[in-house]
Design a protein around this ligand. Structure first.
Ligand SMILES: Cc1cc2nc3c(=O)[nH]c(=O)nc-3n(C[C@H](O)[C@H](O)[C@H](O)COP(=O)(O)OP(=O)(O)OC[C@H]3O[C@@H](n4cnc5c(N)ncnc54)[C@H](O)[C@@H]3O)c2cc1C
Length: 395
């Protein structure tokens, strides 16, 4: 008798979904359902600003409240096979699966990069590029995967204590796709929302979401530059300082981010509350201290490049004014570090990524990271995929 292969439905063809679907297709019948389309990653600009402006590669109208009581601010969320790796900054720690490493050469450095090297001992950024072109998670072998594009999962089908399929809107084919196993890989906002809509996963779903609180220090001076947006990065005391040789408005700047925040927020069906600077933590004080150090150590090095911190930024010694400015920037400015994670981690999935209280349902993506990582998001997500796919392929 010929045994039927297990049918695994993966929801979301982003960084986790692409790689997971490709691996599992060696042992299972895999259906990958992706709301967006499929484009050649190499045709999408490496420049994060240009990539984000490419039509069809982001979900329109997503907004998040960045600090408690603050306004809703646009938050870029990727759409399409490859997910975030199609539009993001491509910064990686190391190669992993389809992500390869090309270090930015000193010959590619812009003036902000050079100032970071002189003032903060910055090192060259590693990008997932191949011959200078974007190398994304979609560069995996999806030949054996049943890829459903333009199809949005809007419900889970449950029967006899198991998840037995998903409901889809749009795309070609059935509106219900049956499954022996459903894996949510729809990202830090969509995965918890699918669970919440289905009433699965328990009260912790959506709670605990984290992101890096960050600010951009705008610079006055010549901002036009053809090389990588970010060529150099420095770290100290849980702070990352990243060169921004080019901003969407043509100016340049320096990004400062807190890598290991304690603040956590909440994703609900109605709203995304990132709560990036919880008053019960010292996240604001630590980020402000990092900004102060960056200003103090970079001013001379920037001046040597014909650049200066913009007048709107309080002086580094005036910590109280600087703290108010940092809080208002985190609350209102367009985010640069958009690394949402951990919205389905604590008490939602077990070590094997299974959702409690129901059989056959799993989550593997940024939402299942224990917290926002201090290194590359994509590396951290693909490390999870390695472990989970290894286990599943041998079982
Ligand atoms: C502007 C920006 C810059 C970044 N820079 C970096 C960087 O330099 N380095 C780094 O490591 N990380 C970076 N990141 C973060 C990184 O891209 C994300 O953490 C990563 O893409 C998350 O992977 P994921 O698999 O969880 O979800 P995603 O890659 O976001 O994929 C989720 C997929 O699910 C699909 N989807 C969602 N809902 C549904 C549904 N209901 N039905 C069907 N499909 C659905 C989406 O269309 C999407 O394709 C950046 C992110 C952004 C936005």
């Amino acid at each position: 008798m010929i045994e039927r292969r297990r049918r695994t439905v993966v929801v979301g063809g982003g960084v986790a979904g692409c790689v997971l679907a490709s691996r599992l297709s060696r042992v299972d019948d895999v259906v990958l359902i992706e709301a967006g389309s499929r484009v050649d990653a190499a045709s999408v600009p490496v420049d994060v600003h240009a990539a984000l402006a490419t039509p069809g590669l982001t979900w329109p109208g997503v907004k998040a409240r960045r600090v408690a009581g603050g306004p809703l601010v646009a938050y870029p969320v990727a759409r399409g096979v490859g997910g975030g790796s199609l539009v993001n900054g491509l910064v990686v720690d190391r190669s992993s699966g389809p992500l390869v490493v090309e270090e930015v050469g000193a010959n590619e450095f812009g003036s902000v990069d050079r100032a970071l090297v002189t003032g903060l001992g910055a090192r060259a950024v590693r990008l997932s590029r191949r011959s200078g072109m974007r190398a994304a998670a979609s560069n995996v072998d999806l030949e054996a995967v049943d890829l459903r594009l333009g199809a949005t999962v809007d419900g889970l089908v449950v029967g006899g204590g198991r998840v037995i399929g998903v409901e889809i809107a749009g795309g070609e084919g059935d509106t219900v796709v049956e499954a022996d196993r459903v894996v949510l890989a729809a990202g830090a906002f969509a995965s918890p929302r699918i669970l919440l809509a289905a009433g699965l996963g328990g009260p912790a779903v959506g709670r605990g979401v984290q992101d890096h609180p960050s600010v951009v220090l705008p610079l006055d001076g010549p901002g036009q530059f053809d090389g990588p947006v970010s060529g150099a990065v420095a770290r100290f005391d849980g702070i990352e300082v990243l060169a921004l040789n080019r901003l969407p408005d043509g100016q340049c700047g320096v990004a400062v981010a807190l890598l290991d925040p304690a603040s956590r927020g909440r994703v609900t069906i109605e709203e995304i509350d990132l709560n990036l600077l919880d008053e019960n933590t010292d996240d604001l004080a630590r980020l402000t201290a990092g900004v102060s150090v960056a200003i103090g150590r970079l001013s001379d090095a920037l001046a040597a490049e014909g650049l200066a911190f913009a007048d709107e930024i309080p002086k580094s010694g005036d910590i109280s004014s600087l703290r108010d400015w940092v809080r208002s920037q985190v609350a209102t400015a367009d985010p640069v570090y958009t690394h949402a994670a951990s919205s389905c981690s604590r008490d939602v999935v077990d070590e094997g990524h299974a959702v409690g209280g129901v059989e056959g349902l799993f989550v593997v993506d940024a939402s299942t990271l224990p917290g926002v990582p201090t290194g590359s998001m994509m590396n951290a997500i693909l490390d999870q995929v390695d472990v989970v796919s290894g286990r599943w392929m041998s079982s």
